[in-house]
Write a protein that binds this ligand. Sequence first.
Ligand SMILES: *[C@@H]1O[C@H](CO)[C@@H](O)[C@H](O)[C@H]1NC(C)=O
Ligand SMILES: *[C@@H]1O[C@H](CO)[C@@H](O)[C@H](O)[C@H]1NC(C)=O
Ligand SMILES: *[C@@H]1O[C@H](CO)[C@@H](O)[C@H](O)[C@H]1NC(C)=O
Ligand SMILES: *[C@@H]1O[C@H](CO)[C@@H](O)[C@H](O)[C@H]1NC(C)=O
Ligand SMILES: *[C@@H]1O[C@H](CO)[C@@H](O)[C@H](O)[C@H]1NC(C)=O
Ligand SMILES: *[C@@H]1O[C@H](CO)[C@@H](O)[C@H](O)[C@H]1NC(C)=O
Ligand SMILES: *[C@@H]1O[C@H](CO)[C@@H](O)[C@H](O)[C@H]1NC(C)=O
Ligand SMILES: *[C@@H]1O[C@H](CO)[C@@H](O)[C@H](O)[C@H]1NC(C)=O
Ligand SMILES: *[C@@H]1O[C@H](CO)[C@@H](O)[C@H](O)[C@H]1NC(C)=O
Ligand SMILES: *[C@@H]1O[C@H](CO)[C@@H](O)[C@H](O)[C@H]1NC(C)=O
Length: 618
Amino acid sequence: MHFITPTNIALALALRPVHADFLGLNNPAPVDLSSAQSHVRAAWSNISAIFDAYYHHNLNISAIKDLVGSENVTWSAGLFSLHDPAATQLQYHYVAPQIANSDLGTREVDGDSIYRSASVTKLITVLTGLLTLTETDWHRSIADIIPEFVVVMGEPHAPRWDQITPWLLARQMSGLQAIGTISDTLPLLEGIALATNTSLTDLLALSGVPPVPRDVLGPCETINCTVEDWIVSARSPPPVFLPATTTSYSNFGFMVLGLAISRITGKPYDTLYNDTVFAPLNMTSSFVNAPTEGPLLNRSVIAQPLGGAGGFGWSYAANNPSVPSGGILSTIHDLDKLGLAILNSTLMSPEKIRQWMKPASHTASLTYSIGAPWEIVRYIHRSTGKVTDIYTKLGDSGAYGGILVLIPDYNAGFSLLNAYYEGPEGPQTRGGSALGIINYIAEAVVPALEAQAVAEAVRKYVGVYSSPDAEVNSTIVIGSLAPSSASDFAVVPDGLVVQSWISNDIDMLASYYPGAPLRLQLAIPNQTPGAAKSEATFQGTQNKQWNTYDAAGLGPFTGFYGSNYDWLTYDGLRYGADGLQTFRFGVDANGCAVEVTNAATRVTLVKGRAEGRKRYKR
Ligand SMILES: *[C@@H]1O[C@H](CO)[C@@H](O)[C@H](O)[C@H]1NC(C)=O
Ligand SMILES: *[C@@H]1O[C@H](CO)[C@@H](O)[C@H](O)[C@H]1NC(C)=O
Ligand SMILES: *[C@@H]1O[C@H](CO)[C@@H](O)[C@H](O)[C@H]1NC(C)=O
Ligand SMILES: *[C@@H]1O[C@H](CO)[C@@H](O)[C@H](O)[C@H]1NC(C)=O
Ligand SMILES: *[C@@H]1O[C@H](CO)[C@@H](O)[C@H](O)[C@H]1NC(C)=O
Ligand SMILES: *[C@@H]1O[C@H](CO)[C@@H](O)[C@H](O)[C@H]1NC(C)=O
Ligand SMILES: *[C@@H]1O[C@H](CO)[C@@H](O)[C@H](O)[C@H]1NC(C)=O
Ligand SMILES: *[C@@H]1O[C@H](CO)[C@@H](O)[C@H](O)[C@H]1NC(C)=O
Ligand SMILES: *[C@@H]1O[C@H](CO)[C@@H](O)[C@H](O)[C@H]1NC(C)=O
Ligand SMILES: *[C@@H]1O[C@H](CO)[C@@H](O)[C@H](O)[C@H]1NC(C)=O
């Protein structure tokens, strides 16, 4: 056991330890996001008022400063929660002048407005793969799956199609080029030469690049081409890294991944996405090919000509090669359905979902990891330093963008879609503005979800649990820990703690857990899909936790014991094959604790009986 000495307790207080000892779980996920009492509704009302102040009342207050410049971006955003269906009512929509005056499509936006989702598509592409490919398929080589790619192998600098697999592509680990031939400067210069009546040779000389044979790009220079032509263009562009070297965001890689899934399933893109994801999840407003007429067009947010130059418009060529990378159109209501289905294990087993929702690699940033193809933002709570992993997929391409955000710790998330066409010459402000808006939402909602989770845990678990047998002097008092520093939610404590524990006359805290408080960390939630609904299991822990060894003021290896100890030393004391640190709470249909059993003592203590009464005598 690791006993904390007074010296390092003082150190701990000075350094703002966080109480987040096991990654992910802490308190049960909140079930009330939408009522008037919820911290989450309060936070949403708060940012809605800030959005209104800027977009509708022209107020120049400090709270709006990161929104400046976003007034031309049309957007829709909203929350969702596995445990509170009414959370989807927490939405915000803003129509910028471009869409308010659009000749085509809708002039106002709501949860059913259809936007291009751009690269949010990549998440759906991986999901189609998870639902259709076998474990073996994921690790087959692309050379094996798409034999047309083999012909270039052996050429200098050709991609190693024999080493690249769907799984490496899904994890952004293929090392392939970022976009491939469909966005090359050569056709652009040709276009300029034509438009300005300059010879290409003269223009190239001015541009500092030599003439190259026209056929290096193959037949596919834009996304307006067939998959067959694209294969010819796509097989030879030299990779940037060797496979499995580093995370590098490749749109091109996702086009290859989508084609591989299409080949393995034998389905073209529209059938593949319809059959695998849209129909099973009732995503009736999600499309591979853009709606161009009728009531669907009337719901569409058209920021751009229907068919733009090179095929980049509202409507791309049907089933074109870029579909798996960024082609899908959707609404925030449909993205909510997708997010909830992932959190609820609707299409896959809970175990498979838990495996999927994990990082597969770091990036060069400590706060940003990559999964398949999750972009995992490691959110640091300002008040405590606690880390909450936010699983996201961002979209940002041309006139459209969006994000789907899932926070497994809270079984909740949010979606956002946006549109603004700026033209090729313009400053491209939409992507940056969208991230600014997403920051507002995250900074409001994530701490509020945490505060709400803590408040609900305190309300549902704090109390005195005693032996139903009046002769037995056994009680457990569950209390709550004060916050480690002032915050927006300073009134809300940080989590649960075993305040007192008497087992058969013996003071268990004094005997086994002297020194630091025995805090309770959720270990097996009753709310997880597939879990026993009537039982939530917690682990007791006494160790402090820091988000880096540096924050703890320790060296990298001393930090192992000193700043990140619980994952290593959990379940430290066992008696008779079960843990003295394991506390199993029986919960009622509302998730309120009614009894607790310490796994080692095996005695079930009932909540509330001793409250307001003298302790039982033996
Ligand atoms: C509301 O917003 C203000 C300004 O951003 C912030 O200081 C405050 O903490 C927020 N309150 C809640 C409940 O989110
Ligand atoms: C808004 O206020 C800030 C600081 O008070 C100031 O620098 C800025 O110029 C103002 N912007 C507008 C559009 O008035
Ligand atoms: C918003 O659009 C108006 C009108 O086109 C333009 O003058 C302004 O510069 C734009 N603002 C931003 C931040 O792009
Ligand atoms: C989650 O799944 C459960 C069990 O299949 C179902 O009863 C529940 O309605 C689902 N919840 C949501 C929000 O989809
Ligand atoms: C293009 O340039 C050539 C020679 O530089 C000239 O003869 C021709 O008239 C120009 N064409 C146009 C449309 O300006
Ligand atoms: C896919 O679904 C859409 C919308 O439900 C439908 O219009 C389209 O015909 C479907 N396409 C295929 C190939 O299944
Ligand atoms: C499918 O979604 C549509 C549109 O949101 C809705 O009207 C319909 O009730 C849903 N069907 C089912 C079975 O949930
Ligand atoms: C689309 O909206 C326009 C304008 O509101 C309306 O006149 C038209 O009938 C609608 N078309 C369809 C197919 O709903
Ligand atoms: C796309 O390609 C087709 C066939 O080559 C062509 O007819 C069409 O004009 C192209 N569209 C755009 C927007 O370039
Ligand atoms: C129960 O045991 C504790 C710890 O030994 C002791 O302090 C307390 O007095 C006992 N209570 C009764 C009612 O015997």
